[in-house]
Design a protein around this ligand. Structure first.
Ligand SMILES: [Mn+2]
Length: 460
């Protein structure tokens, strides 16, 4: 049997894409260092934590996303869309796994023994980014979603439940009965798990949990193990598990400010549930996967990735020649760029309306670009807007639509503080469609003479 895919097989698959940092690094410098790299990074020597390594920036670009999905960069969304349409499958439960190499119970299960660093200048303190697993009492399915945990003491933490619809509904089901909610924080898995941890789709939980689609995304069966102290199952070959429960008595603690993907301290300090640690299990020499939540890290890329595949599939159903969809990191995921070959007038506008109406990520700007534009290049996209859009005819403004709580320019909609209002905009920056070949030809882009035939590397 071949080795099961995990974080370590992925880091090996990255080959020279992985930046390895051998020198000892202080936790106080990790955030600033991560924000200076633009590819996967592995800190091999963490001061004060000799058994630990720390990895980040794993899924920043289509190139590394393609390595994770074992496909080509131009095929990432089609491959992911196909796999997300696959049949959910309950993972096998096995007796033990690498995540049980070290087991810490009682007072030995301390958050102080985990390398935890501060992300932003004004954060309330060091925090962890991890995937939470909890069980939906109604269906018995486990939900899995990313969040932030901020340690308050050796064994308590503020749990930022904010963005997860399912975790909020599971917690409220427990709280309505006055019962504690069992929960496990998981760190260090193959990216297929992380993509499912970002799967923010509202109607799956009654039928299946995110872990039940990992084998489809990964292309191989996966295994879970039982937690030591909670009635939950976690990936057998993950690196670190923090087990515990959220108090079911409705207690809250001030959490934040913590940075969002939009790069603001919005919504700021909010009341969040309190998590109580009951066990820590891990590999003997763990690799801690973290997601720095500042600037343009893979925090933004991961939020968008599964939803790019789902939107692409919906756009294809409109019978449009769509090539790629990107919730752009440089917009804090509040904008979406769609690469398309337009066939006739009007087609692009319908497409942009569909993009603006997606529930998640809740965008306010949708931009259509043509098939000769690099979707991952902010300058290419701005060139396209500036030279191909008539700023009156090709721009649609729509007042008072559903906004995002992380957007400081949105305003309260009343009632639930997470409900926000914002004006939205769609920009058609494509060339004239194929049905107008002469006009379209005018918009051809000038390229250097003999472009691509000579490589500068050959002259160095
Ligand atoms: Mn869910």
């Amino acid at each position: 049997m071949t080795q099961p895919s995990d974080l370590r097989t992925y880091l090996a698959d990255l080959e020279d894409q992985l930046l390895q940092v051998p020198k000892a690094v202080s936790l106080n410098h990790i955030s600033g260092l991560i924000n200076q790299v633009t590819r996967p990074v592995l800190f091999k020597n963490i001061l004060g934590f000799q058994d630990w390594q720390l990895a980040d920036m794993l899924l920043l670009s289509r190139r590394t996303q393609a390595i994770a999905l074992k496909t080509e960069p131009e095929n990432v969304l089609d491959a992911l869309g196909d796999r997300l349409r696959g049949a959910p499958k309950k993972p096998a439960v096995v007796a033990t796994g690498p995540c049980k190499e070290k087991i810490f119970l009682g007072g030995a299960a301390s958050l102080k023994c985990i390398p935890c660093f501060q992300n932003g200048e004004e954060d309330m303190g060091p925090a962890l980014m991890a995937m939470t697993i909890s069980k939906d009492p109604a269906s018995g399915n486990q939900n899995m979603s990313w969040t932030r945990m901020t340690p308050l003491s050796d064994q308590t933490a503020a749990y930022f439940i904010g963005s997860s619809t399912h975790m909020r509904s599971i917690l409220s089901a427990h709280e309505s009965r006055g019962e504690d909610m069992p929960m496990a924080f998981v760190m260090g898995v193959h990216p297929a798990y992380e993509i499912m941890g970002s799967y923010s789709v509202v109607d799956h939980l009654s039928r299946f949990g995110e872990l039940d689609l990992v084998s489809s995304v990964l292309g191989e069966d996966i295994e879970l193990v039982e937690c030591e102290t909670q009635p939950l199952h976690v990936p057998a070959n993950c690196e670190v598990v923090i087990e515990g429960f959220v108090h079911g008595d409705g207690r809250r603690t001030d959490e934040g400010p913590g940075p969002s993907q939009a790069l603001y301290y919005v919504p700021g300090v909010t009341p969040q549930p309190v998590f109580q640690v009951t066990a820590v299990t891990r590999r003997s020499k763990p690799i801690m996967r973290q997601i720095n939540t500042l600037l343009y890290t893979d925090h933004q890329s991961l939020i968008g990735l599964p939803h790019e595949a789902l939107l692409l599939e919906q756009l294809r159903r409109l019978d449009i020649r769509v090539h790629d969809v990107l919730y752009t990191p440089w917009s804090g995921t509040l904008a979406c760029v769609i690469k398309v070959t337009p066939e006739y007038i009007g087609q692009v506008r319908d497409m942009l309306m569909l993009a603006l109406a997606q529930r998640f990520p809740s965008i306010k700007l949708a931009i259509a670009i043509d098939d000769d534009i690099d979707i991952e290049s902010a300058e290419d996209v701005l060139w396209s807007i500036s030279t191909r859009a008539d700023m009156v005819r090709d721009v649609i403004s729509l007042p008072d639509m559903k906004g995002h709580p992380i957007d400081p320019s949105s305003r309260a909609a009343g009632g639930d503080p997470r409900r926000r209002l914002i004006g939205k905009m769609a920009i058609d920056a494509t060339k004239p469609p194929l049905s107008q070949p002469n006009d379209r030809h005018t918009f051809r882009r000038t390229v250097p003479f003999n472009w691509g035939k000579a490589k500068i590397e050959d002259y160095l």
